[in-house]
Design a protein around this ligand. Sequence first.
Ligand code: 10G
Ligand code: SF4
Length: 336
Amino acid sequence: MLAPANKPPLTIRLCQPRGFCAGVDRAIQIVVLALKKYGAPVYVRHEIVHNRYVVEGLQQLGAVFIEELYEIPAEHRDAPVVFSAHGVPKSVPADAEQRNLFYLDATCPLVSKVHKQAMRHQRLGRHVLLIGHAGHPEVIGTMGQLPEGAVTLIETEADVAALEPADPSALGFVTQTTLSVEDTAGLIRALQERFPELHAAAAESICYATTNRQEAVKEAAPGSDLFLVVGAPNSSNSKRLVEVAERAGAKMSLLVQRASEIPWDEVGEISTLGLSAGASAPEIIVDEIIDAFRARFDVTVDLAITATELENFPVMRALRDVELTAADMAFVNGNR
Ligand code: 10G
Ligand code: SF4
């Protein structure tokens, strides 16, 4: 490690808010509490949130990750199974009931709200347009709230142009919660131009955490030589932050899962680094990354604060009688 006098100065513009949102916090808590209450194994359908560090931490505690319920072996049919924060199609709880499984649904309440909005559109006789990314588990879950054919996925303006609805006066839309605020506004404008009678959901479907993290990145990115977002390649909200940073004026913007992924050759001689973390990225990795820069630079951390988040989503009643230790809480909050 270089002596402080020999290190070049570096200002880190650290976004706030960043990292875990209330839905992620709740989902991780549900797995930890289920392990404490029912003992290992606890099965988790899909990565509880899109982060390897979190998944591996829970595996060490006794969680077993699967993609489909049939993977639960017959001898563990009495173990609980948790559904991930991204939500599931209606067929999944139905399948769990048929298999006599005990399930805990860790779908974020804000995703469940979108499910309800989609169902409301349909109840009111509207064909539902879902703005989102094909193949993402949240999109699969939202489309799976309604029968086949009741929802059309919209990813691009070309999809808007190609739409030929049976009744253009009976259309409603909802969105994935983790989209780019700017791109989604563009798609909604295009939809409204083509279908002036389009019915919006009662409230915005992009969630508070996505919106706030993008706002903070917009504040920190202009003029930064490099912008790093801590997050996984399969994390939709984290990937959107990388795009937002580049559009807001960062010279280069990258997604990294751990400090070991920082491409030092490409970092070169920078003087300003923007830093944020996706909603599924633990704070301990943000610390790890700052430490890695401290080893090479004389670092000053400036906070780019754009909002204060007080959201907290309680876990289901069945798990409220279990106490978490300080160490459990540190893990749940991303600090361990
Ligand atoms: O950003 P996505 O949806 O890929 O998920 P994530 O696990 O990286 O972050 C938390 C967001 C959700 C659970 C989706 S609502
Ligand atoms: Fe919930 Fe938003 Fe977090 Fe998704 S990103 S889990 S919708 S708070």
